[in-house]
Write a protein that binds this ligand. Structure first.
Ligand code: TXA
Ligand code: MG
Length: 351
């Protein structure tokens, strides 16, 4: 059975942290909060624990893991070298929601890197995560603590819903703050490439290290290889989600028209709705799931995964949502996750 240890998010009980750390050191599977989403931690050098982790998540072995460390000084044994850019980025963004991919050392097991010659590393800022990593005194490999292809967990209840009975322990410190996974930046390529957008936006990164590309928008013209694990169908609710992309008014109009079409055919509809759209949706007999204010993207980011899970739970036949249009460091990350959650069902609306 999975045990749940409740701790204070700011000032976690050292005894609870020590128990969770001992569980990790002994090869256990421990879910814990980071500032982004809950992670499912294991000893990064314990191959049996790694095998249990992939089985518990039903995650394919081709999807590499992020190794969590206290800070840049702890990266050295994991990598071939620590480039100057990595130090500059860590000085600016660590601890925090930035993962960097570097050429790995021989010490890192293939199970962590999916056989790649690189390893992804980050230093989370959540106090519970930091306390746990410090107490365990080992590098902790941790993917998001959800079943593969489900939305990442932003609350311990989400972890339990997906993994109860499959993992040893959940350290529950309440909802996470950021709500979307870390930005993944590959520093093993020149120029560096953003493999996954997150709270640390491209302009923030460029301000520190200059030229950076985004996966799939390479200006060299070479066909970009998708990052392992960054599948086009990911973070998905089980009910089909359709996302309407374009000018806000036109997209909302198309969404409402299609929702009405579903209703006319006797289907039920859930709408993932921005606060700004609520007045216009008021007369439609649909279930509204609140996404927060479009003009406060940090609010949308913090709500998105819980909203995707809720929209599934209402048992509608279809889920519809409008694509976020606002510009913000979070904007690219939110659009990326909505696109993946829709698994290709994107309706482009001319404004
Ligand atoms: O915010 C986060 O990053 C959370 C928390 C728990 O730290 N973790 C997380 O892990 O989102 P996960 O496993 O769900 O996503 C990690 C992704 C992988 O799917 C993969 O695409 C990429 O990071 N990744 C890991 N190692 C890589 C490598 N060596 N090269 C390229 N991409 C890598
Ligand atoms: Mg994940």
């Amino acid at each position: 059975m999975t045990e749940v240890l409740r701790v204070d998010p700011i000032d976690p009980d050292p005894n609870a942290i020590a128990r969770a750390a001992a569980c990790l050191v002994a090869g256990g599977l421990v879910a814990f909060p980071t500032e982004t989403v809950y992670g499912l931690g294991v000893h990064a050098f314990d191959r049996r624990a790694l095998a249990r982790l992939f089985a518990a998540k039903e995650r394919p072995a081709t999807d590499p893991l992020i190794v969590h460390v206290p800070g840049i000084d702890d990266v050295t044994p994991l990598v071939a070298e620590v480039p100057r850019e990595a130090r500059a980025l860590a000085a600016r963004f660590w601890p925090g929601p930035l993962t960097i991919v570097l050429r790995r050392s021989i010490a890192v097991p293939d199970d962590v890197t999916a056989g790649l010659d690189t390893v992804a590393i980050r230093a989370p800022s959540h106090r519970v995560a930091r306390a746990l990593i410090a107490a365990a005194r080992i590098p902790i490999a941790a993917p998001s603590a959800n079943l593969f292809s489900r939305p990442s967990p932003t609350d311990a209840a989400h972890v339990l819903a997906d993994l109860n009975g499959r993992i040893d322990l959940i350290v529950d410190a309440g909802p996470t703050e950021v709500g979307l996974e870390s930005t993944v930046l590959d520093l093993s390529q020149d120029p560096p490439v953003i493999l996954r957008p997150g709270a640390v936006g491209i302009e923030m990164l460029r301000a520190v290290i200059g030229r950076i590309e985004i996966l799939g928008t390479s200006v060299t013209g070479s066909a970009a290889m998708p990052s392992p694990g960054l599948l086009s169908r990911h973070y998905s609710p089980r009910t089909p989600l359709t996302v309407y992309d374009g000018d806000a008014r036109a997209a909302l109009h198309a969404l409402a028209r299609d929702a009405q079409g579903h209703l006319d055919r006797g289907s039920t509809v859930a709408v993932l709705a921005f606060a700004e759209d609520l007045p216009q949706l008021a007369l439609l007999p649909v279930t509204i799931v609140h996404l927060g204010r479009e003009h406060e993207p940090a609010e949308v980011a913090a709500r998105l995964y819980a909203a995707l899970r809720e929209s599934d739970e209402v048992g509608a036949d279809a889920i519809v949502a409008r694509m976020l249009t606002t510009d913000h460091a979070f904007g690219a990350a939110i659009r990326d996750r909505l696109r993946r959650a829709a698994a290709g069902r994107i309706v482009r609306v001319e404004g």
